[in-house]
Design a protein around this ligand. Structure first.
Ligand SMILES: Cc1cc2nc3c(=O)[nH]c(=O)nc-3n(C[C@H](O)[C@H](O)[C@H](O)COP(=O)(O)OP(=O)(O)OC[C@H]3O[C@@H](n4cnc5c(N)ncnc54)[C@H](O)[C@@H]3O)c2cc1C
Ligand code: FES
Length: 352
């Protein structure tokens, strides 16, 4: 039901001491479509088990000749370390088609704020390339708040510094360094709610109007506590929630598996992939796990409710979606994450 792709590594470039960009090329020569802000789900096999990891594109279609992903090492992380240490030009990686909803607005808006930290710059870089190097209205203002330890650990700093020089009327960047004083375009501060509020007030010259709120969008890609702080600050300033998008690399807490009761079964029907299929879940088993257990290849990546690869529309029945913060019961018309979705009704129909 899922389309697998194979991508040859064309180049491997160290961006910082712990981050590498891989440029890729599909081995089948077929088009490889993605949008700025989307990610690639790589498939690995470890101890006979399939494992997947998402990596956002740092490249931008129409700007860069080849798709590229940028991987930052996670201490003790299985696949980030494998990619950095062992994957070289000429190697072939397996993936599914690009995915993701961290997308730029379809219509141009006046102000676009990006708040990124560390590896969270990756999808933002792709979006900035699209905004700055493709067709952007001159009046649009793009502001990046980018938090890191210091200049040396700041991924894509050289590229961003060039844009600061090249596009002084359209692009502004403020770096927040926790361990470096007196760097250019940088504050030696942690970005907290007070500072963010202050910076936004300064940007809007002390008064944020209803028109400013309509004409501004925010894109967040940083650790969850920083994104929560930013969201709360934006809420206090009355920016509408639907004007804030965020990409989460890792949930704050992993989902907790539920005890399974194999004596209670739910019937699931799936449509919309290349054909219809039906299977059963046990009580306490996610819809995705039940499908995979029975050899049905539903799409997924993170299995923890943050990437949306597994999203399907519920067309009948009831599903409980167990996010770590809160569970929600969803019915017909709602989108549900099958990786953290449990059938509640005896029958559930989903459309991909
Ligand atoms: C939509 C999406 C886009 C992503 N884009 C990128 C990207 O562009 N570049 C990139 O480098 N990564 C990205 N990630 C994260 C990536 O998918 C992996 O989670 C990451 O590389 C860690 O995988 P691992 O196998 O090395 O670590 P694992 O073996 O899975 O984890 C090892 C340990 O590290 C912890 N851990 C895992 N990830 C992190 C983290 N990011 N920060 C702190 N602790 C962590 C885990 O909780 C665990 O305890 C993205 C994730 C998502 C969901
Ligand atoms: S697989 Fe990532 S949200 Fe379900």
């Amino acid at each position: 039901m899922e389309q697998k792709r194979h991508l040859r590594v064309l180049s491997k470039h160290w961006e910082t001491d712990d981050t590498v960009t891989f440029t890729l090329e599909p081995t089948d020569g077929k088009p490889f479509d993605y949008l700025p802000g989307q990610y690639l789900s790589l498939i690995f096999v470890s101890n006979g088990q399939e494992q997947r990891r998402a990596y956002s594109f740092s490249s931008c279609p129409g700007v860069d000749p080849h798709p590229a992903i940028t991987v930052k090492r996670v201490p003790n992380g299985e696949f980030s370390n494998y990619l950095l240490q062992h994957v070289e030009p000429g190697d072939v990686l397996e993936s599914i088609e690009p995915n993701g909803l961290f997308l730029l607005p379809k219509k141009g808006v006046q102000n676009l704020f990006f708040i990124a930290a560390g590896g969270g710059i990756t999808p933002v870089l792709s979006q900035l390339k699209s905004l700055l190097l493709q067709h952007t209205p001159k009046a649009q203002r793009i502001i990046l708040f980018y938090a890191n330890r210091d200049s040396r650990s700041t991924i894509f700093k050289q590229q961003i510094d060039q844009w600061i020089e090249l596009f002084p009327d359209r692009f502004e960047c403020v770096y927040f360094f926790s361990r470096e004083k007196n760097a250019a375009h940088a504050l030696y501060r942690h970005l907290n709610n007070e500072l963010l509020e202050d910076m936004l007030h300064r940007y809007f010259q002390g008064r944020i109007t209803a028109a400013d709120r309509r004409n501004t969008r925010f894109y967040l890609c940083a650790p969850v506590p920083m994104m929560r702080m930013a969201r709360m600050t934006l809420r206090v300033l009355d920016f509408p929630d639907e004007h804030i998008r965020q990409e989460t690399f890792l949930p704050e807490k992993p989902p907790v598996p539920r005890p399974r009761d194999t004596s209670i079964l739910h019937h699931i029907s799936i449509s919309g992939l290349d054909g219809a299929t039906e299977f059963q879940t046990y009580e306490g088993e996610t819809i995705l796990d039940a499908a995979l257990r029975q050899g049905i290849a539903l799409p997924y990546t993170c299995k923890s409710g943050v990437c949306f690869t597994c999203l399907a529309r519920c067309t009948s029945g009831q599903v409980e979606v167990a996010f770590t913060e809160a569970s929600k019961q969803e019915g017909p018309g709602s989108m549900v994450n099958t990786c953290i979705g449990y059938a509640v009704s005896e029958k559930v129909a989903l459309e991909f």
